[in-house]
Ligand binder design. Structure first.
Ligand code: SF4
Ligand code: SF4
Length: 271
């Protein structure tokens, strides 16, 4: 995202809109700027504000005159008065910022919409998590925090060393150069995004080690993580093994969601 300095009148309306705190008014030039290293290309500033098309010179003159007479001329708070934002065409590697951060942009780099796959939430259409297996979602980042691929790779390297299985259709898996080692494309490692989800599965006996590894890596990376965990119930709809493991680890497991396996395959690509 860019700000056209010829149009910007430094009203600062956009500063609180950015979920990454990447926009600031530069006092040296009297215009708003975007910290390009922190900007995750989420598009919130561009779409979240009304764009008016006032003449920038006129607005600056009125604001200067207003200051002289000690009153203020400020546009409505949810408006960029001069339509100064420019959504530039992005290419790889920066494009990954947009596809992982802008909810209206498809994952062109991976061919998948959204941060994770639908099946990881339902296991409803195909038997992705089989009997005796455990599925995990490891979510990185939040608005205001974000995450760099280098930190995600710290986790995937550790998980790969433990022999977990990465979900092939997951967007992060698509960006791996080697799923057996957990390496992610080198050219995107410094790119920052709002959030991402890694999807893996293991056998039940690996749960303790995996959760321990996630906790350990989480301490040394510069972001926040949240873990979701799932498994299959038996024929009577009960599940005791995973719940017991989690309880033994002190997690106080509650069943959050039960899927009945009633999904049907309507789009082979999306399954
Ligand atoms: S809202 Fe528009 S005019 Fe105001 S500081 Fe931001 S970019 Fe500049
Ligand atoms: S695109 Fe998103 S992260 Fe970048 S400046 Fe705009 S609101 Fe901030």
């Amino acid at each position: 995202m860019l700000i056209d300095t010829n149009k910007c009148v430094a009203c600062a309306n956009c500063v609180p809109v950015c979920p990454m705190g990447a926009i600031y008014v530069d006092p040296d030039i009297g215009r708003a700027r975007i910290n390009q290293d922190e900007c995750v290309e989420c598009g919130t500033c561009f779409r979240g504000m009304s764009q008016e098309h006032l003449n920038p010179t006129l607005v600056r003159t009125v604001r200067k005159l207003a200051r002289l007479f000690r009153f203020r001329f400020e546009p409505e708070p949810d408006v960029c008065p001069t339509a100064a934002f420019v959504m530039n065409e992005l290419e790889m590697p920066r494009l990954v910022r947009q596809v992982f951060s802008d909810p209206v942009v498809e994952h062109k780099s991976t061919g998948i919409k959204g941060r994770g796959t639908e099946e990881v939430k339902t296991n409803d259409v195909n038997p992705r998590v089989g009997v005796g297996e455990v599925g995990y979602t490891i979510e990185f980042g939040r608005p205001g925090v974000g995450v760099r691929f280098r930190d995600i790779q710290e986790m995937t390297l550790e998980l790969a060393r433990m022999g977990v299985q990465f979900e092939a259709k997951n967007p992060i898996s698509h960006l791996m150069t080697d799923k057996s080692t957990g390496h992610i494309r080198a050219d995107i490692l410094d790119e920052k995004i709002l959030s991402a989800i890694v999807e893996i599965k293991t056998t039940l006996d690996q749960v303790e080690a995996v959760l321990g590894a996630v906790e350990e890596v989480n301490r040394r990376i510069d972001t926040v993580t949240a873990v979701g965990i799932s498994t299959r119930c038996d024929d009577s709809g009960e599940e005791t093994q995973l719940a017991q493991v989690l309880e033994d680890l002190g997690y106080g497991a509650e069943r959050a969601k039960t899927n009945m396996g009633l999904g049907r395959l309507t789009n082979a690509e999306a399954a």
